[in-house]
Design a protein around this ligand. Structure first.
Ligand SMILES: Cc1cc2nc3c(=O)[nH]c(=O)nc-3n(C[C@H](O)[C@H](O)[C@H](O)COP(=O)(O)OP(=O)(O)OC[C@H]3O[C@@H](n4cnc5c(N)ncnc54)[C@H](O)[C@@H]3O)c2cc1C
Length: 328
């Protein structure tokens, strides 16, 4: 009978991807609720050093699945290796971090078992022995609860920021089990890895940040936010679509693939509040949001909110700030 939870640990040349620790935290929580052991798996040509690092966490065991063909990531190699490991360990649930790499191979892995992937979950809980996974849908407007009604294994990925890496509990040294895995033909040649952020501007020390989102509508309108930032004496930042569109450089991006900031004041203009944005700014002292949609998730964490058109609100706000500061 399938038992236990298996966590996939992502790394690049032996350097841990920190979202793997979040996945460990998610898996440990579910493992203790289900009273089932949680194990971890690492793939690679030689991952023994990282395996020792992971063995410090409270896990039943750490499995290293090795093959020279796994020295570099390829979806063919990782799918073959993970399939072998999952068939050998027969877990009830396979937990993976929702990274670019996982999104590349995990649907194919799940399909090998005739399963779909429950992807991008923000939480999961156990009721009556069954796991209910929660996923955000319709741009964060609704949360959908998903229960797998098929046979195990269940494959689920967790969104970056859904669990904290420091929630991953340390243990007393998990045993490391080395496994040689067979890997078939590799049909791809990997290119240089995608670089998320090159940081030139450090916003982590800013006291005041005015951040713009897609609600700003065009690059020309950024001047509105710049004026407010100037009046407040703050720095300008943005959500990812603004940086993707190159309206602002990528080092102004706040969120899971950008910078993490905690200013005294964070003003969010036309930002919906997707989890990937929130993880980068939710620890700000005071959060002010302007958004025309009263249901926007940013209002869940905002201390002050204006439900309205930023093109009307921001000029008024800027003028008022200037008056208070004697700048007008
Ligand atoms: C792996 C991954 C990593 C990611 N990393 C990041 C990241 O680091 N940072 C990040 O920000 N995102 C990140 N994202 C993207 C994230 O999921 C969201 O798509 C993004 O944050 C949405 O940006 P937004 O709020 O600007 O746009 P939208 O979600 O489109 O929201 C625009 C908002 O503007 C409001 N609006 C429109 N017009 C007006 C107006 N006139 N006045 C007032 N309000 C108005 C709308 O009501 C809406 O709420 C990531 C996604 C993935 C999959």
């Amino acid at each position: 009978m399938s038992e236990g939870i298996l966590v996939f640990i992502e790394h690049r040349n032996g350097a841990l991807n920190k979202t793997s620790l979040e996945a460990i935290a998610a898996a440990q929580g579910l493992g203790s609720q289900l009273q089932q052991p949680t194990s971890a798996v690492l793939l690679g040509a030689d991952v023994s050093a990282l395996a020792r690092e992971i063995a410090a966490y409270d896990l039943a065991k750490v499995v290293t699945a090795s093959n020279a063909k796994l020295a570099e990531y390829t979806p063919d190699g990782y799918t073959d290796a993970m399939e072998r490991v999952v068939r050998a360990l027969d877990p009830q649930l396979v937990v993976l971090p929702h990274t670019y790499l996982v999104r590349d191979f995990a649907p194919k892995l799940a399909a090998r078992f005739g399963k779909s992937l429950i992807s991008d979950c923000i939480r999961a809980q156990v009721t009556g022995g069954a796991i209910t996974f929660t996923r955000r849908i319709f741009l964060g407007k609704l949360d959908a609860d998903v229960v797998s009604d098929g046979e195990p294994p269940v494959f689920a990925t967790f969104q970056s920021g859904a669990y904290r890496p420091d929630q991953a509990a340390k243990g007393s040294g998990a045993p490391i089990e080395a496994m040689e895995v067979e890997v078939g033909e590799i049909r791809m040649t990997p290119e240089a890895p995608f670089q998320e952020v090159k940081q030139a501007v450090d916003l982590s020390k800013a006291d005041i940040i005015v951040a713009v989102g897609r609600g700003i509508k065009s690059k020309d309108n950024l001047v509105l936010a710049e004026k407010l930032a100037e009046a407040l004496g703050g720095d300008l930042a943005a959500s990812r679509p603004i940086c993707d569109a190159e309206w602002l450089p990528i080092d102004r991006q706040i969120g899971s693939s950008g910078q993490t900031v905690a200013p005294k004041l964070y003003v969010a203009l036309g930002i919906s509040g997707a989890i990937q944005h929130l993880v980068g700014m939710k620890n700000s002292g005071t959060i002010v949001a302007i958004n025309k949609d009263p249901e926007a998730p940013i209002f869940d964490i905002a201390d002050y909110g204006i439900v309205g058109d930023l093109f009307e609100a921001v000029p008024v706000l800027t003028e008022e700030v200037k008056k208070i500061k004697g700048l007008a």
